[in-house]
Design a protein around this ligand. Structure first.
Ligand code: ZN
Ligand code: ZN
Length: 291
């Protein structure tokens, strides 16, 4: 009999913009059939924002999650990570990225939430409100969405090439502003060329590509990235894993199993996960992973 289990390496707590402390995440994970849980609060950034951990909280985050890792060792595998921002070029070299934090962690999720500068010269948030996104798009970039999308994937490639994280977070998340293809059509050649180039970079890097379910349960979207992108990832033999990007204990396994089924339909048979201290390819089916 296969013993099925779930994993999630992308979870937030009250250390950043999630709710509830890490212990509540752990208890919820146990109750939801999770065998491996990774903590990945938003790492600090050098400017004020609504969702990152304050830099002065980092040590407490690390010691609290390490203590839980030891306390629960016989019941649940826990890993200590961060979702680290990769900031546009000059900021990345000044303030660091995944490799800055990696020595203290078991793994890093690298994500692009900021691009270029906004209309007042501050980092332009492209992961939050559409209002902020549209203001930057129109006022700074003259409404040129193609230019902005190229900047976005260019920034992700720069991260992968210069400062690769273990896991590439929510690859095409910028599509949250493209509801109903209002800004661009994902099928057009220039968009697909950006995707191809970015997937080639991921394939060459050895990074794990995250399949993130948050868009499915929060925004009625598909996974990040879209299934058509994942199909291309499979052709390139890019290792993947599925994460919920939970911001509350109740979300830890949200939409994982339906996503496993879709990935199985696409022909994926294994996920690359961190377990027993090593990155391994583990088989899965529509009921979970199994050893
Ligand atoms: Zn993120
Ligand atoms: Zn996240």
């Amino acid at each position: 009999m296969k013993q099925h289990f779930l994993t999630n390496y992308h979870s937030h707590s009250h250390y950043c913009d999630g709710v509830e402390p890490p212990r509540a995440q752990v208890e919820a994970a146990l109750a939801q059939g999770v065998r491996v849980l990774g903590f990945s609060s938003h790492g600090p950034v050098y400017f004020d924002n609504a969702w990152s951990m304050k830099v002065e909280k980092l040590e407490a985050y690390l010691s609290e999650t390490r203590a839980l890792q030891a306390e629960y060792a016989d019941r649940l595998e826990l890993y200590v990570g961060l979702e680290v921002d990769y900031l546009p070029s000059e900021d990345a070299s000044k303030y660091g990225g995944p490799s800055t934090y990696a020595p203290k962690l078991d793994y890093t999720v690298g994500s692009v939430h900021y691009l270029d500068r906004n209309e007042i010269g501050a980092p332009w948030e492209i992961d939050g409100s559409s209002e902020k996104f549209m203001r930057g798009l129109v006022e700074v970039h003259g409404g040129d969405i193609q230019k902005v999308i190229r900047l976005y994937y260019g920034c992700i490639r720069q991260m992968i090439e210069r400062d690769p994280p273990h896991i590439v977070g929510h690859l095409d998340k910028i599509k949250i502003h493209n509801i109903g293809n209002s800004l661009y059509d994902e099928e057009v050649p220039w968009y697909q060329a950006e995707i191809d180039q970015t997937l080639d970079a991921i394939a060459a890097s050895g990074c794990v590509l995250e399949v993130n379910t948050r868009g499915v349960y929060k925004k009625n979207l598909t996974t990040y990235p879209s299934l058509s992108i994942l199909q291309k990832a499979r052709q390139r033999h890019i290792p993947i894993m599925v994460n919920s990007d939970s911001h509350a204990p109740s979300e830890i396994t949200a939409e994982l199993l339906p996503t496993y089924r879709q990935l199985s339909d696409l022909g994926f048979r294994t996920f690359r996960i961190l377990t027993q201290g090593q990155w391994q390819d583990v088989a899965f089916d529509e009921q979970g992973l199994y050893l």
